[in-house]
Design a protein. Structure first.
Lengths: 273, 295, 427
């Protein structure tokens, strides 16, 4: 272990990590730059550029971002709540019950890891039309609420719960739903948190399916709202678009910054590794 | 008695599964089957109902140069983005896991792609790539005096430019999984190896990397799926152009179904995508030699 | 006590009367898209509110349906679901698609009097080309545009050109362009001569070149294209040469959305883009700019663009009548002038330009007149049956030629063959 080599190695690593970090934060940095400066400085990076909040005002007035934001919030909450509910029940069945057809059904669940709803847009759109749900928030949510990934993840976690705990609760007279509620769910908290993170970040950013299935202000999530807002004939106004992006991603960004350590730790404990 | 409990267990199991299975069937399995069925029919239009075509749609697909182009694009896209984003994700996780000067900032930087919607970031990348006043041209022009480069408007570079954005997105996301996995590896293991004189490189390949194998499997399954699913940024960056040079299979399906309203042919293309994904999944299981058992 | 009872009775009567009145009223739902920034959506809402106020017998519900593509998708979906709007603004080029889907009806059955016929004849013929087929009128022009040439007067001065004069011919555009190209010390171009964007929908601006060269891209029946006509090939060769031979335009596909910014940043001295950009350029260009007609080859020429009103099937007779009345009202001079000033769209009837409001507006901002004057030479935007697919094939061919993957001739020949295969069943 030669010391100097080690520290040279360290300097190299640190600078490489920083270089990559700067590269990775570049889009966010640019978004902030354009959002707080007049449009004339979109492509001129001079430190003397005047500051302004006008872009935020413009974006806020140009499109109903508050409504889009609310739609996304409702959508993400609805999906997550349903995914937890359906996933928990199904995972519990796979982890602790024996019944005919179990392996076939489990294989069918795993199949969804492959055949995602995102790919079946054409048929799912027809289904929504049949159910008369086109242009509603539930229509965006429905294809995702039974998640093969979620069921699989929770099942793996439930399988690690020691049988003794389960049996002890049974001896105490807990019903099988009571056992799920008192033993399994508390032990799987990190999994819920980790899966919740993946799900929220996925559906917060999801675009293609909502683009297809929504067409009014009352249902459009932020991503579709942003794309419509930026796809106008008269040229791209980066400063306003980026102000809108920051406004709508801000809450998630701040939540991430505040909780990043907890997220990583819950991932670790959830056994997604 | 035993028979009875057995039966009750069956019913509980089925009942617990029922709600999830209803939705899985309604939005995954049934549509997959109807896609297959519709792929044999023409698109109903106005007064003309769908008509059975046999394999005509498949024949058309095999003779459709755009299909072959987007297929090859997609394979190149997968090949180019998956290993690089996984490699970078491991590297980032290793760095952030160490005691690094300014670790908080670096970690936050790596996190940003997970939070910013791809569709919004695509506008920013569009600016970066813009010839002339775009960031890359300004930067490279100032540093090396290079001429303007039209990254997105050139058949040779458009797809690669789109891939860079994908790598940016994916590596940041996968980094989280690797970071969690790294933190679960006992430090004592590494220290023991280092005391025995193993270099960092050896420690990584002999100890860390094998221990990360389950994560790599998980991440790579996700990466493969995403490489056929993630087309958001194409809408903004290139719209599939020039001449389909940056179009991917799912983007082409979207165009066929929701721009040309040819749902019959779109179903056929979807079947091709499903077949491709299944083949890749099977391949992946063999590649990883079933290191992680799902049952 | 008595008084309050009386008041209540009056209120109750008034209420029941008003419900009766609204029960007799015609309900109209109308979808509209917004493709330019600014106050387009607000203006439409304001106009429909004003109409509803003046016509209590009509309840009009204006639904902002997003982009053009969203709107047509929404209208098709709603119609298939048995709940069509009575009226919608959709791209003029979607006419054949909507006919093919059997979703719209012609205006003719509701425009039978001589006065009505005169009204139809009162639109610019260039706008009507995309609105009529088979002797019937399916669309009434509303938010229509056309491309024009913008130039940077300061850059012209610097290059020793007359800053008040736009290039009038193809050759002049190249000649001016060569003078306008500026290079830095290492030989890299810092200012291009001209910029004709080619991303997304290259066919639109290219169509300008084709028309100038004396050729239309598709017949009026929408079932035959002329993509491989030698004059189309020549027009494409000219476009390709701008970058490769004459070196007055940046090579490769040029992004539409970044074009105004490139113009403001002085990276191009001239640009082709929609009149819909007029307000944007006026507000943001840090220099004097001019607006001119597109240069000519054999003749002046430009495509039209934008959206028309369509009447949807499935409405009652009263509803359709009310819809037609509404269309007549909103395209009338006073309303049309408001709309044009708010958005930059070209008012579709000559009489609108004769109003005092428009005259005053044009006096202060004469550039708006260029688009109007160019209409004399404008032709229908490319539109066929299966429009999106045929146009996509053509776009791909243009992109292949512009990026140098294929020669213009080969690319267009292949595109024509593909379009023929699609359109054969409509002949």
């Amino acid at each position: 272990m030669s010391r100097p080599a080690f520290s040279l190695d360290r300097i190299l690593n640190t600078s490489a990590a920083w270089a990559l970090g700067l590269l990775w934060i570049l889009p966010l940095a640019y978004a902030v730059w354009t959002a707080i400066h007049p449009a004339a400085f979109e492509a001129r990076f001079v430190l003397t550029a005047p500051l302004t909040l006008e872009n935020f005002v413009k974006a806020w007035q140009a499109a109903p971002f508050a409504r889009y934001f609310l739609n996304t919030f409702l959508l993400v909450t609805m999906i997550l709540a349903c995914q937890f509910f359906l996933g928990t029940l199904a995972a519990y069945a796979f982890a602790r019950f024996r019944f005919p057809g179990r392996s076939v059904l489990f294989a069918l669940v795993l199949l969804q890891l492959l055949v995602m709803p995102d790919i079946l847009i054409v048929e799912n759109y027809k289904t929504m039309r049949m159910l008369d749900l086109v242009d509603t928030i539930p229509a965006i949510a429905l294809p995702y609420i039974a998640s093969g990934f979620g069921i699989f993840l929770l099942r793996q976690t439930f399988m690690t719960v020691p049988k003794e705990l389960d049996e002890a609760a049974r001896v105490e007279g807990a019903s099988f739903m009571g056992i799920l509620w008192k033993v399994y769910i508390p032990l799987a908290k990190p999994t819920y948190l980790a899966y919740g993170l993946v799900s929220v970040s996925h559906h917060w950013n999801n675009f293609l399916w909502p683009l297809i299935v929504t067409n009014s202000v009352e249902t459009r999530p932020v991503t579709v709202g942003l794309s419509i807002f930026s796809a106008i004939d008269s040229g791209i106004e980066w400063s306003v678009i980026n102000a809108a992006t920051l406004m709508t991603s801000g809450p998630l960004l701040i939540a991430f910054l505040l909780f990043q350590r907890q997220f990583v730790q819950s991932f670790m404990r959830a056994g997604i590794k | 008695m035993r028979d009875w409990t057995l039966k009750r267990e069956w019913i509980y199991g089925w009942l617990l599964l029922l709600p999830a299975m209803v939705f899985l069937f309604a939005f995954t399995h049934v549509p997959a089957v109807t896609t297959l069925i519709n792929s044999f029919f023409s698109t109903p239009r106005g007064r003309r109902p769908a008509k059975f075509l046999g394999l005509a749609n498949y024949d058309r697909m095999l003779n459709d140069p755009v299909f072959w182009k987007v297929l090859w694009n997609n394979l190149w896209f997968a090949l180019g983005t998956i290993p690089v984003s996984i490699g970078l994700a491991i590297l980032m996780a290793l760095w952030v896991n160490e005691k690094l000067a300014g670790r908080g900032f670096v970690r936050m930087a790596y996190f940003t792609p997970t939070v910013l919607p791809l569709i919004a970031v695509a506008n920013i990348w569009l600016f970066f790539y813009t010839p002339g006043f775009g960031l890359f041209d300004q930067l490279f022009g100032a540093l090396f005096g290079t001429a303007h480069t039209n990254w997105l408007g050139n058949q040779a570079t458009a797809l690669n430019a789109v891939m860079v954005v994908t790598i940016w997105k994916e590596a940041g996301f996968f980094m989280i999984f690797y970071l969690a996995a790294l933190q679960a590896i006992p430090v004592s293991l590494k220290e023991a190896a280092e005391i025995e004189g193993a270099g960092r490189w050896t420690v990584f390949w002999k100890i860390t990397f094998p221990l990360l194998m389950p994560t790599t499997l998980f991440v790579s399954v996700n990466a493969v799926i995403n490489s056929f699913r993630l087309v958001d940024h194409i809408f903004i960056l290139t719209d599939g152009g020039p001449d389909n040079a940056s179009s991917l299979l799912l983007f082409y399906i979207y165009e066929t179904a929701f721009r040309y309203w040819e749902t019959g042919y779109a179903a056929t293309l979807t079947v091709a995508l499903l077949v491709l994904l299944s083949a890749l999944a099977i391949g992946q299981f063999f590649f990883f030699d079933r290191k992680v058992h799902y049952k | 006590m008595l008084k309050s009872t009386l008041l209540k009775a009056v209120a109750a009567t008034a209420l029941s009367f008003s419900t009766w009145a609204s029960a007799q009223a015609v309900d109209l739902q109308f979808y509209f898209p917004v493709a330019v920034g600014g106050k387009a959506a607000e203006t439409i809402q304001g106009l429909t509110d004003a109409y509803a106020k003046a016509h209590p017998d009509v309840n009009i519900d204006a639904v902002y349906a997003g982009s053009y593509q969203d709107t047509v998708a929404k209208a098709i979906t709603a119609s298939r679901g048995g709940n069509p709007p009575q009226l919608s603004v959709i791209l003029s080029t979607d006419m054949f698609t909507l006919i093919d889907e059997d979703l719209i009806i012609p205006f003719d059955d509701y425009l039978t009097s001589d006065e009505d016929k005169k009204w139809i004849a009162g639109f610019y013929p260039a706008f009507m080309e995309n609105s009529q087929t088979g002797g019937k009128t399916y669309g009434i022009p509303f938010q229509r545009s056309t491309p024009v040439l913008y130039w940077n007067k300061e850059a012209f001065k610097e290059a020793g050109l007359d800053p008040e004069k736009a290039p009038a011919t193809w050759d002049e555009m190249v000649e001016y362009g060569k003078k306008l190209v500026k290079k830095d010390a290492s030989g890299n171009v810092t200012q291009w001569g001209v910029r004709i964007p080619s991303s997304g929908f290259p066919y639109w601006l290219f169509q300008g070149l084709a028309i100038e060269n004396g050729v239309t891209l598709a017949n009026a029946e929408g079932n035959k294209t002329n993509f491989d006509d030698p004059k189309v090939v020549e027009a494409l060769q000219y476009l390709v040469d701008l970058s490769t031979k004459d070196k007055v335009m940046a090579p490769g596909i040029i992004e539409w959305g970044a074009t105004p910014k490139a113009f403001f940043e002085g990276q191009t001295a001239m640009m082709w883009t929609s009149t819909g950009n007029l307000t944007n350029v006026r507000d943001n260009a840090p220099f004097d700019f001019g607006v001119g007609m597109l240069p000519k080859k054999m003749q002046r020429g430009a495509p039209t663009g934008g959206g028309n009103f369509y009447l949807f099937k499935g409405a009652s007779d009263e509803q359709t009548k009310a819809a037609v009345e509404f269309v007549k009202w909103i395209t009338a001079p006073e309303q049309s002038a408001k709309w044009t000033m708010a958005t930059g769209y070209v008012a579709p009837r000559p009489e609108t330009w004769e109003t005092d409001t428009m005259k005053k507006y044009a006096e202060g901002f004469p550039q708006v007149l260029v688009a109007r004057d160019q209409l004399e030479f404008a032709k229908a935007e490319l539109s066929t049956y299966q429009n999106q697919r045929v146009v996509k094939i053509f776009n791909d061919a243009l992109a292949a030629a512009i990026t140098g993957k294929e020669t213009p001739e080969a690319a267009l020949k292949a595109a024509q063959a593909q379009a023929d295969a699609i359109l054969a069943e409509y002949r």
